[in-house]
Write a protein that binds this ligand. Sequence first.
Ligand SMILES: Nc1nc2c(c(=O)[nH]1)N[C@H]1C(S)=C(S)[C@@H](COP(=O)(O)O)O[C@H]1N2
Ligand SMILES: [Mo]
Length: 258
Amino acid sequence: MRTDPERRSFLKRSAALAGTLALGGCDRLSEAPWFRQILESAESATSRAQRFLLGSGPLAREYTESDLSPVFRANGSASIDDFDYQALAEKGFVDWRLQVDGLVERPQQLSLAELRAMPPRTQITRHDCVEGWSCIGKWTGVPLAHVLEQAGVQARARYVVFRCADALEPEAGGNGQYYESIGFEDAYHPQTILAYDMNGHPLPIPHGAPLRLRVERQLGYKMAKYVMRIELVESLAGIGLGRGGFWEDRGYEWYAGI
Ligand SMILES: Nc1nc2c(c(=O)[nH]1)N[C@H]1C(S)=C(S)[C@@H](COP(=O)(O)O)O[C@H]1N2
Ligand SMILES: [Mo]
């Protein structure tokens, strides 16, 4: 595996990419340990990560500390009735585990401490809600790419599904559980992170504690809060009402590009 031509040309292209990023002022990415780790892992030669890292498209605009919104609005669920969730919250989420399963080689059960020990990324971005408001916030978390590589995505997987702890209007069809899904172009995008800090503090409950998704090139409803489980799937059929997300099941677009 280590010496096959595909891998050699991948490494060559990776080196070229790292060079290009450095020239373009994106040296933070090319120097980031998680990025190097993906480039260097033997497994990446056959994983889809390479394709997306080499062509994951433009970055969303990043802002500075002085641009931070004085108040970041909370939207959708801002607290959770679920008894199990409340029990986890009362103990500071020490017993919470992020489950990563479905079409992966190595299913994971990750604690917050384990996620915090992974190479972090911080970004200040603008959150745009479909309802017409925007807020700028600072997010720190682990790149989703890192978690996916650790789990080893199987070739059949086409979507990354995020299962949340909250349910809204359960009477409107399905079980009302909030969920979302993205494709691999966004899953491996460098700004797609699982955020555990907001504005330099642990993610508050109204904003999705202990972990929420940031997918910076899409609208707010894609950014699943209260993420409990990440499932890799081949098809979205059979999940919720089958359209890829809670709001998608109620008519919103699956790809909510800004
Ligand atoms: N689990 C869950 N995630 C969610 C929602 C929700 O109700 N539940 N609302 C979505 C919508 S519409 C928006 S705009 C953002 C709001 O994030 P905020 O509360 O941090 O502003 O979360 C998104 N993710
Ligand atoms: Mo939203």
